[in-house]
Write a protein that binds this ligand. Structure first.
Ligand SMILES: C[S@@+](CC[C@H](N)C(=O)[O-])C[C@H]1O[C@@H](n2cnc3c(N)ncnc32)[C@H](O)[C@@H]1O
Ligand SMILES: *[C@@H]1O[C@H](CO)[C@@H](O)[C@H](O)[C@H]1NC(C)=O
Ligand SMILES: *[C@@H]1O[C@H](CO)[C@@H](O)[C@H](O)[C@H]1NC(C)=O
Ligand SMILES: *[C@@H]1O[C@H](CO)[C@@H](O)[C@H](O)[C@H]1NC(C)=O
Ligand SMILES: *[C@@H]1O[C@H](CO)[C@@H](O)[C@H](O)[C@H]1NC(C)=O
Length: 420
């Protein structure tokens, strides 16, 4: 047995035990709160949104079976990617709210009104917000579909060139309905389609006069294993990434940041596959209420493997999948923690009590920008005019900031996803 395996197995046993004793969990939460207060004290300039997101993560498992509210956020845990640097984004709820007022008006002018199978309102806002905050000199997107996300990027970055990668050119969809083709975009589509990992990025950057890869924003909506994508971007020094489909553990068609960071040692992370346990009971009740909520038998394989999707790291729209041992999942989490500078999940715009969304389960989600009592604000924002189904596509979109690799060999110290 390799060392990594031993370490992670003892780790997993310890946390399995800990999770059986609510008091142990509570004290972990208390510790996290204390730690956070210290951090907040030291990093006042970095606080707010991240700590507000962390708050919902610390509610994990403290509530008793029976008193959960179907609209309560974070009660089944919100695993959060930890970062070696402990840095957090400094975006506040006030800024999100202010930007939401601007974005609702922009969203009304979208060229693709029905973007089913693509981005809805929450992620469109998230991408626009992040792009505006970062002001990159170039944006790259992988996974274009009809071009809605290209349009969102263009609204945030009026003068910045975009590079878009997808098997089909978005114009292809114009024949059947609406599509968006951008005039200042280099399309790697159709016969020019090349997967992100095979593009000669140094030449493309040179073509666009970009000398600093850390001034580029990359948006991934291509349903590929996100650990594989991270390994690829690091080779070129890219730092700023947004992952659209950041699927929760047990769901989705590719290994995601959220899945990678769902670990026993992370607040809100790890699962107990035993029937009759707290989590199993809560999940069973929620399954009937939220379309994306899954029960414990869907979360856990027959062998009790819960990480990824029943112990599998899925890839390429689920066409590929590989069973990985817990030791490897653990190492993947450690690897990501070592190379991450910041991690932030876009909060949903508003509580399902306001949006009537029926799909994502709030129990596994960070608190929304507008809480259930913010009815007046919801109306004032004009969110009532947004079609109800535009709130149904939320999957924890994440902004991920990577550290610049210092030692090119450093990545090799960690066990990585084996290629097929
Ligand atoms: C969910 S859709 C993207 C939705 C879009 N971003 C939007 O605005 O709503 C996924 C897209 O990824 C494309 N795709 C499939 N494999 C890909 C790959 N290897 N690289 C980039 N795009 C890929 C699909 O053809 C599809 O257009
Ligand atoms: C937030 O962080 C960015 C980048 O680190 C910095 O430029 C900006 O001034 C910060 N804003 C606030 C309000 O602290
Ligand atoms: C949106 O488009 C999808 C597929 O293109 C279709 O199934 C659905 O009925 C449409 N929805 C609305 C509200 O038009
Ligand atoms: C890049 O810079 C050169 C020299 O300044 C200029 O001629 C060219 O138009 C620029 N290209 C782009 C895509 O901005
Ligand atoms: C779990 O959910 C699946 C899919 O909805 C269902 O087929 C199965 O019967 C459920 N199992 C339990 C134990 O509720």
């Amino acid at each position: 047995m390799e060392r990594g395996k031993e370490a992670s197995y003892s780790q997993s046993c310890r946390h399995r035990l800990a999770s059986r004793f609510p008091s142990a969990k509570v004290s972990t939460s208390v510790m996290v709160v204390v730690l956070l207060s210290l951090l907040t004290f030291k990093w006042t300039e970095f606080m707010s949104v991240a700590s507000y997101a962390y708050n919902s993560a610390t509610f994990n498992s403290v509530k008793q079976v029976g008193d959960e509210d179907e609209f309560a956020f974070g009660i089944l845990g919100v695993p959060w990617c930890r970062t070696r640097t402990k840095n957090m984004v400094n975006w506040t709820r006030a800024e999100l709210l202010q930007e939401l007022f601007v974005f609702v008006e922009i969203y009304k002018t979208r060229p693709i009104v029905n973007n089913s199978n693509g981005m809805g309102f929450d992620h469109s806002f998230g991408l626009w917000f992040i792009a505006r905050k970062l002001q990159p000199v170039l944006a790259i997107e992988s996974g274009v579909f009809k071009g809605h996300s290209t349009w969102v990027l263009r609204q945030a970055l009026p003068n910045v060139p975009i590079v878009a990668i997808s098997p089909k050119h978005p114009g292809h969809y114009a024949r059947k309905g609406s599509a968006y083709v951008d005039p200042n975009c280099q399309y790697f589509t159709g016969r020019k389609f090349t997967d992100f990992e095979d593009i000669h990025w140094s030449s493309v950057l040179t073509e666009h006069n970009v000398t600093d890869a850390s001034a580029v924003l990359i948006f991934f909506d291509d349903h590929q294993n996100q650990l594989r994508r991270i390994e690829a971007v690091r080779k070129f020094g890219f730092q700023h990434l947004v992952f659209e489909d950041n699927y929760d553990t047990g769901t989705g068609d590719h290994y995601s940041m959220r899945q990678i960071c769902d670990q026993y040692h992370v607040p809100g992370g790890g699962h107990d596959c035993s029937d009759g346990e707290h989590e199993a009971l809560v999940r069973m009740r929620r399954q009937g209420r939220w379309e994306k909520a899954i029960n414990i038998s869907e979360l856990c394989g027959d062998d009790g493997d819960w990480w990824g999707v029943q112990g599998y790291a899925r890839d390429n729209f689920g066409h590929k999948h590989r069973k990985i041992p817990h030791s490897q999942h653990f190492e993947n989490g450690r690897y990501v923690e070592e190379i991450l500078d910041a991690y932030w999940e876009v909060p949903p715009a508003a509580s399902p009590l306001l949006t009537d969304q029926t799909r994502y389960d709030p129990a596994r989600t960070v608190s929304p920008i507008l809480l259930s009592g913010d009815q007046a604000l919801f109306q004032e924002l004009g969110l009532e005019d947004v079609p109800r189904n535009a709130f149904n596509a939320y999957t924890q979109m994440a902004y991920v900031k990577l550290l610049i690799p210092t030692d090119p060999e450093e990545d090799l110290l960690y066990q990585q996803v084996p290629s097929d």
